[in-house]
Design a protein around this ligand. Structure first.
Ligand SMILES: O=C(O)[C@H](O)[C@@H](O)[C@H](O)[C@H](O)COP(=O)(O)O
Length: 221
């Protein structure tokens, strides 16, 4: 891991720590929405070390692959291994999967649990893929149009470019946050972001749905 990426992770962890603390001055619980993938590892680990009243912090995912939590593809596994450690294990984590066989069958139960969290979120941390996707809002998702338009909180998505079915918060629900962060690293993603900023077709690059709201971009080489 480059020093720049480690420093970026520490800076982001400090900013999220401050945001959660500020909100906890005024509310009983504070909600943090994190993304999966590989970029968040050092951020999640740095955040776990922050002196928060973790029993009042709620954590959920922007999206999830519909796989068992023991699978290496599980975003919940990532959160449990990197964030819910030490004092941070006292946080309330709301995973986005259920015992249902498919995300389509699971959406009603997961939605009921997700809606019970302390919305608007204090912070939503977004990642981005090389195709301009964020969460599981993929350009080639069969349900992208629905996920961009619905006011429902969660959508089951099937995506030709992805091996697993997924469940994702809708764009509308991901906008229900006080602060938005895009956490990306590397020159390739910097170029993808530049392309996203140069156009406005959200269905071509779904990250564009979040470029008009205030967005803190955390990028390191
Ligand atoms: O479930 C997921 O895969 C993530 O939510 C996804 O949106 C991720 O943020 C991007 O694909 C970037 O992933 P990397 O950080 O691994 O590049």
């Amino acid at each position: 891991m480059s020093d720049a990426r480690t420093q970026l992770a520490e800076q982001l962890a400090e900013a999220v720590f401050q945001a959660l603390n500020d909100d906890l001055e005024h509310q009983e619980n504070a909600l943090l929405v994190v993304s999966g993938g590989s970029t968040p590892f050092p951020f999640l680990k740095a955040l776990a070390a922050k002196p928060l009243p973790w029993e009042r912090v709620q954590i959920t995912l922007a999206d999830e692959r519909w796989v068992d939590e023991q699978s290496d593809d599980s975003n919940a596994k990532l959160v449990r291994e990197y964030l819910l450690q030490g004092a941070a294990a006292a946080a309330h984590f709301e995973p986005l999967t259920s015992e249902a066989g498919t995300p389509e069958e699971g959406v009603p139960d997961v939605s009921e649990r997700a809606l019970s969290l302390s919305w608007p979120a204090s912070v939503v941390i977004l990642g981005m893929g090389g195709d301009g996707h964020t969460a599981s809002l993929f350009p080639d998702s069969l349900e992208l149009g629905l996920a961009l338009a619905t006011e429902e909180p969660l959508v089951a998505v099937r995506t030709p470019s992805q091996p697993q079915p997924r469940i994702t918060f809708s764009a509308d629900r991901l906008h229900q946050a006080r602060r938005h962060v895009l956490h990306i690293t590397g020159d390739d993603k910097r170029a993808v972001l530049a392309k996203a900023l140069s156009g406005d077709d959200v269905r071509q690059m779904p990250i564009r749905a979040f470029l008009s709201c205030p967005l803190a971009i955390y990028w390191a080489p």
